[in-house]
Design a protein around this ligand. Structure first.
Ligand code: NAI
Ligand code: MG
Length: 392
């Protein structure tokens, strides 16, 4: 039997992850779940939100199902550390970013598929006085480890960096700017990682029947980095003659987001642009209650809803939050380990509950979150799970 590392984390992560496991069991997926410590509690108690024992568990079992964690700014984090650990050099870092870096989880996948009947789906005017609801089904492949979010940046860059940059003719216009008044972020793109993300996008399109892969970058301006994406995109497209290669610019893509989102299938992009595109498309199909993702490396893969720990709602009993993003993340896990049939069955059950429209979490009713949402007709987190299990 397969072992899954369960990483509930903080806040509502602790609520939605057990619900996903309950659903997986109801779908007949048999696994051992081992608990991995991760999140704020472990920062406070141990000065490490991602303890080594958790890394070891993932190293051993390869598959993680993750809820959400709480992150706080540097000073607040330091203040909440156990007094016995103060001034011992502990520095907070986000454990999910830590996981991506440690295991080189460089391929981030965010499917954004509209469920029929979801009241949160995007609609637009049809030009004839009515409305139409595009059938959005886009899957965003985001390079997860380098590019604009690679973390190589400076305010007041050291002299060697400044000198190196001065070798570029375009630096002339900054020659009189003192380094203290300068901030630099880099966008480093490598051939190997770019090939991996683009090839993963084409393989996914093949496996799940999408007809196009769009490289969404900005090669007319970012001639080198976006240029590399497009060049590699063209080369890899040759290996997949049945799938069309499209290329768009990130700015125009955001304009087309509302104009023709239904035309796009798989979209692939660098880290920051991929972040923007995935949030943009997620907004068309219901937002945080529906946005799932996978972080995939060569050996280890971690599946997680896009949302955070929603501290505002963590104490509410019963819980009001929507577990569907977590369920869909669990389905991605099933797809990854070859349990596609179970994943499809769960997705179909979710689709039926949504289309029927009887059981809705507060976000699906566009209510303000709070303990009073139930009297307004919203269901609890657990009732949503029950409804999906019943359809199964
Ligand atoms: P958030 O995603 O926790 O919440 C944003 C808004 O969406 C809130 O109004 C929240 O109540 C609502 N929401 C979130 N998930 C929902 C769900 N499943 N159903 C219904 N409504 C839902 O983001 P926020 O408030 O910016 O951050 C809260 C904490 O989470 C912070 O500490 C942040 O650092 C952390 N965070 C963690 C992430 C992760 O674990 N990957 C991702 C994003 C934020
Ligand atoms: Mg984001």
């Amino acid at each position: 039997m397969r072992t899954i590392v369960s990483l509930p984390g903080d806040g509502i992560g602790k609520t939605v992850l057990p619900e996903a496991i309950r659903l997986l069991e109801a779908a007949g997926f048999k696994a051992n779940y081992v608990h991995g410590d991760i999140g704020w509690e472990f920062w406070q108690k141990e000065g490490n939100a991602l303890p080594k024992r958790t890394i070891d568990l993932l190293e051993e079992h390869k598959i993680g199902l993750f809820g959400a964690i709480t992150s706080k700014p540097k000073d607040e984090a330091a203040a909440e550390l156990d007094p016995s650990l103060h001034d011992k050099g502990y520095v907070y870092f986000s454990p999910i970013v830590g996981l991506r870096q440690h295991f080189n989880l460089d391929v981030c996948i965010s499917p954004c598929k509209a469920f029929k009947g979801n009241p949160l789906n995007f609609i637009r005017q049809d030009g004839k006085g009515g409305y139409e609801e595009p059938e959005v089904d886009a899957v965003i492949f985001r390079q997860n480890t380098e590019g604009m979010y690679g973390g190589i940046e400076w305010t007041n860059p050291p002299k060697q960096v400044r000198d190196a940059l001065e070798t570029h003719p375009k630096m002339k216009k900054f020659k009189d700017v003192p380094s203290e008044e300068m901030a630099i972020s880099t966008r480093i793109v490598t051939k190997k990682a770019t090939e991996r993300i683009i090839r993963s996008a084409f393989e996914y399109a093949t496996k799940f029947g999408y007809k196009s892969v769009t490289v969404c970058e900005k090669p007319n301006v970012l001639r080198e980095t976006s240029g590399m994406y497009l060049k590699i995109g063209k080369a890899i497209a040759n290996e997949f003659p049945d799938i069309q290669l499209w290329d768009t610019n990130i700015d125009a893509q955001m304009m087309w987001l509302t104009k023709n989102p239904e035309n796009y299938g798989v979209i692939v992009s660098e880290n920051m642009f991929g972040d923007i595109i995935s949030d943009g498309f997620a907004g068309l199909v219901g937002g945080l209650g529906f946005a799932c993702s996978a972080n995939i490396g060569d050996e280890v893969a971690v599946f997680e809803p896009t949302h955070g720990s929603a501290p505002k709602y963590q104490e509410l009993k019963p819980s009001i939050v929507n577990p569907i993003a977590m369920f869909l993340s669990a389905c991605m896990m099933l797809d990854h380990i070859g349990e596609n049939e179970k994943a499809d069955r769960i997705r179909k059950a979710i689709a039926e509950v949504i289309e029927e429209g009887k059981v809705k979490t507060y976000d699906m009713m566009k209510l303000r979150g709070g303990p009073d949402v139930f009297e307004k007709g919203a269901c609890t987190t657990q009732e949503m799970t029950d409804a999906v299990i019943e359809k199964l």
